[in-house]
Design a protein around this ligand. Structure first.
Ligand SMILES: *[C@@H]1O[C@H](CO)[C@@H](O)[C@H](O)[C@H]1NC(C)=O
Ligand SMILES: *[C@@H]1O[C@H](CO)[C@@H](O)[C@H](O)[C@H]1NC(C)=O
Ligand SMILES: *[C@@H]1O[C@H](CO)[C@@H](O)[C@H](O)[C@H]1NC(C)=O
Ligand SMILES: *[C@@H]1O[C@H](CO)[C@@H](O)[C@H](O)[C@H]1NC(C)=O
Length: 312
């Protein structure tokens, strides 16, 4: 029997603690009903051709089996210099979220020179409804960077309680050449080949009206058990100092961030990966490399074990 005190404590935790219940669970083929394919032109000018659901399935660029969901680029076709870019996939969740916790259990992420993969959330009216980049980087250059992008009037305090290193504290895209306020995760295993060599890991984001927090746990360490197990309920109070912490003290989060869709995409070159390609130790030029070396992209894939979304 549970005591009245125990029940009251549970109720209090439910209401006042950072406790959330699972509302969505995606694994294997359920990704296909929860996300839509966006066969659009890359707004970041990548050497990519985002394909539709039929093409992705026919070419095996998305593949679901058991607890495995693969999203990859083409790695067999040599491209001419003139035509479309390398076939790849951009997925958008059918649902939108505001206050929530999302946990991404990722076994493998795209790697290779020229790759620019991302797991992120964004509103319909960019940048006025904000963007939250949870996993992003280019050309295998870790660590992972978690970044907010907003319109004017959202900045982050220089000193705050996070384990990562702030790159920039103004989230306004107009003031930062679209860079936003990024935080580098203080763990080399958070990105690229090092992430994959460790078997990937778990990424989590908690969004409230008071803050946005991002955590990362490599497969090589033990995350909190509610994270590792994809538990029916999670309590972020037990998750320790976040890798990235974006408080609302000088950024009205409920005003700067609208309802967000989850986006998973993999592009090549373009505004970021292309611009810094020459400094990344990668061969040739970015577009030539992507055009001419299909086999270099055999590891340019995400392998998701699951995504869970939690709400208050
Ligand atoms: C891919 O993801 C990044 C995430 O930050 C985004 O900036 C870029 O616009 C995306 N490209 C496409 C076409 O989705
Ligand atoms: C499709 O991709 C999956 C995952 O990479 C692989 O296991 C499977 O053999 C592929 N199927 C075909 C027909 O190539
Ligand atoms: C960053 O990581 C290093 C190496 O693991 C660790 O010694 C250091 O304490 C970390 N810094 C912070 C702020 O957590
Ligand atoms: C933040 O923005 C919301 C929505 O626009 C508004 O209702 C609220 O008063 C603002 N909070 C502060 C502290 O300015």
């Amino acid at each position: 029997m549970f005591s009245k005190g125990f029940l009251l404590a549970c109720f209090a935790a439910q209401v006042f603690g950072a406790s959330y219940r699972q509302t969505d669970s995606h694994s294997g083929s359920s990704f296909l009903s929860a996300f839509s394919y966006e066969a659009i032109a890359d707004p970041t000018h990548g050497r990519v051709n985002y394909v539709d659901a039929g093409t992705a399935s026919a070419r095996n660029l998305t593949y679901a089996s058991g607890d495995r969901f693969i999203l990859r680029s083409d790695y067999t076709t040599k491209l001419g210099s003139g035509g479309a870019g390398r076939n790849s996939v951009r997925l958008k969740s059918n649902k939108q979220y505001t206050t929530s916790v999302m946990v991404f259990n990722v076994r493998h992420m795209p790697q290779g020179c020229g790759t620019w993969p991302a797991i992120w959330t964004v509103g319909g009216n960019w940048p006025n409804q904000g963007e939250i980049d949870i996993l992003e980087g280019v050309n295998d250059q870790g660590p992972n960077q978690a970044t907010l992008h907003t319109n004017a009037g959202c900045t982050m305090p220089a000193s705050r309680s996070q384990s990562g290193n702030a790159v920039q504290n103004n989230c306004d895209v107009a003031a930062t050449g679209n860079a936003g306020c990024g935080v580098q995760i203080n763990d080399s295993r958070s990105y690229g080949p090092a992430f994959n060599n460790a078997g990937g890991g778990w990424l989590a984001v908690e969004r409230t009206t008071s803050f946005i927090k991002v955590w990362f746990w490599s497969r090589a360490v033990s995350p909190p058990s509610d994270v590792a197990n994809g538990a029916a309920n999670v309590n972020t109070d037990g998750w320790g100092t976040p890798a990235a912490y974006f408080p609302s003290s000088s950024c009205n989060i409920s005003q700067k961030f609208g309802p967000h869709n989850i986006i998973i995409n993999l592009t090549f070159c373009g505004d970021w990966a292309g611009a810094v390609y020459g400094n990344s130790g990668c061969p040739s030029s970015c577009v030539d490399y992507v055009n001419n070396n299909p086999s270099a992209f055999s590891n340019a894939y995400f392998d998701f074990q699951w995504i869970k979304v939690y709400q208050p």
